[in-house]
Write a protein that binds this ligand. Structure first.
Ligand code: NAD
Length: 497
């Protein structure tokens, strides 16, 4: 059985513990590997390696750090298909979709290839006689990232390239469900010239995360995952004196107004609802129709659903792969049962789908409900599967109020041809990322990504300018050179001049 070890001080390391967890191929239901699980001692060693590497790395010239990032970017780009295949084999998403996530991660690396420019401070000459004031941004030290299963390549790359380019050293705790791609990235980073100990990977579950949360040498934590764990990370990490950003779950709504281009809206609903089998934090899970829009939209959605190919992610032409685990498949199917029992109208039922030759795979077909109401669990909870709910509203204001009352606020979209309606939406909606005729509004790497409300705990979004801010601390310096005037003792508060 293939064993996936930690990566500490630039080499594979089995760790001191004996716990392991199985890793599955979701398309076959077969175990493909076992991953070692860290306890306190393993985490201590990884943090110690990162702490040891920090002083030299923070003093490494910016141009040298940039060169390593350029080289890392080149290697990632050359091997992106290998990375995508590995993502597909452990996550289940199609290779094409996985290539998309590798590309979006790679773009964050491209952003920090410009780190020398991004870390520039301000300078004001002569703020007082012979006095200048300037600012610098300095790295925090050892920082940790804890990431979810659904983007095993991209989400870690939202964090570690930015943190490392800023001069920090990093300990990544990826999802134990699809850990291999992080090990590939670690090897590629080493090949790019990154000194040992700057990037470390520990695998594990709650004990590993708790050890990072408690470790006095971990200065900051970035988390991406479900809302209950994000809240726990934020509360525990900040109580322990750490800087924390914790991005949580989502329930993304897409409003369709009666004047929308229904073909465009139907394409968007199907792509954003069923892409990656709905296992995206920016997936659309609720279509909110206004007036008679549902009657014109839903037949077009169903036509497109009929043409979708559900197959193992590495099969040519596959559009949707399996879910990540058997437990998750059972959970998603349970929500579909609950929606039906609660009286929602089932338009397309994905339960019971069998993919020939892959009977043990974790497949469920795309599912569509109409007449969903906010009290139903399929509306309230994040299902994280290919289940799209339609909520009908009678006015645009009712649709906006519905979204604003939802505890999540990650992404949202509106489909309309009315500029005034779109402007009202961007102005009033209580959500962090807003699409106008764009179903998945994920900002490119030179902006930052982050939701509102229960979708993000902390003050920072991730990557982009917020990422630079999160992984550095500002310092302001007030200097006087030379100072020929000896003014003597003055206990008064300094005044200008
Ligand atoms: P998860 O919360 O179960 O796990 C995330 C990470 O936390 C993993 O590394 C896991 O090992 C660890 N973890 C799990 N249980 C823990 C516990 N009790 N204590 C400490 N650590 C624990 O999430 P997941 O199922 O891997 O990923 C899916 C979730 O992530 C969805 O809710 C999705 O919306 C969310 N997500 C959010 C974003 C975003 O940008 N807001 C992006 C991607 C995914």
């Amino acid at each position: 059985m293939n064993k996936i070890n930690h990566w500490v001080s630039g080499s594979h390391w089995e760790g001191v513990g004996s716990d392991t967890a199985p890793v599955f191929n979701p398309a076959t239901g077969q175990q493909s590997a076992e991953v070692v699980l860290a306890g306190d001692e393993d985490v201590n060693q990884a943090v110690a390696a990162a702490a040891l590497a920090f002083p030299a790395w923070r003093d490494t010239p910016l141009t040298r750090r940039q060169n390593i990032m350029f080289e890392f970017r080149r290697i990632l780009n050359d091997r992106k298909l290998d990375l995508a295949r590995q993502v597909s084999a452990e996550h289940g998403k199609t290779v094409d979709d996985a290539l998309g996530e590798v590309q979006r991660g790679l773009e964050v690396v491209e952003f920090v290839c410009n780190i020398a420019h991004l870390l520039k401070g301000d300078y004001s000459e002569q703020v007082s006689t012979a006095v200048d004031t300037y600012t610098i941004r300095q790295p925090l030290g050892v920082v940790a990232g804890i990431t979810p299963f659904n983007f095993p390549a991209m989400v870690p790359m939202w964090m570690y390239p930015v943190a490392i380019a800023c001069g920090n050293t990093f300990v990544l705790k990826p999802s134990e469900k699809d850990p291999s791609v992080s090990m590939m990235a670690a090897e590629m980073f080493q090949e790019a010239g990154l000194p040992d100990g700057v990037f470390n990977v520990v695998h594990g579950q709650k004990p590993a995360v708790d050890a990072l949360l408690a470790h006095p040498d971990v200065a900051a934590l970035s988390f991406v995952g479900s809302t209950p764990i994000a809240r726990y990370m934020y509360e525990t990490g900040t109580k322990n004196g750490k800087r924390v950003q914790a991005l949580g779950g989502a329930k993304n709504h897409m409003i369709v107004l009666p004047d929308a281009d229904m073909d465009l809206a139907a394409d968007a609903a199907v792509s954003a609802g069923y892409g990656s089998a709905g296992e995206r934090c920016m997936a659309i899970s609720v279509v909110v129709t206004v007036g008679d829009a549902a009657d014109r939209l839903l037949p077009k959605v169903r036509e497109r659903m009929a043409d979708l190919t559900v197959a193992p992610g590495d099969v040519e032409g596959a559009q949707m792969g399996p879910l990540v685990t058997k437990q998750h498949l059972e959970r998603v199917a349970g929500y579909v049962d609950a929606g039906e029992a609660a009286g929602a109208t089932m338009l397309e039922d994905g339960r019971g789908l069998v993919v020939e030759g892959h009977e043990e795979g974790y497949f469920i077909g795309p599912t569509l409900f109409d007449n969903v109401t906010p009290d139903m669990s399929i509306y309230r909870d994040e299902i994280f599967g290919p289940v799209l709910s339609t909520v009908r509203t009678s006015s645009y204001q009712e649709a906006i109020d519905l979204i604003n009352a939802n505890p999540y606020g990650n992404g949202t979209a509106i489909f309309t041809n009315d500029g005034g309606a779109a402007r009202k939406f961007q102005n009033e909606i209580q959500v962090g990322m807003v699409g106008i005729n764009v179903p998945i509004p994920v900002p490119l790497s030179f902006y930052s990504f982050g939701g509102w409300k229960d979708s993000n705990f902390g003050d920072h979004a991730i990557y982009g300018p917020d990422g630079i801010h999160f992984y550095t601390r500002g310092k302001v310096i007030i200097s006087r050179w030379p100072d020929p005037i000896h003014r003597g003792v003055d206990l008064g508060f300094p005044q200008h001049g």
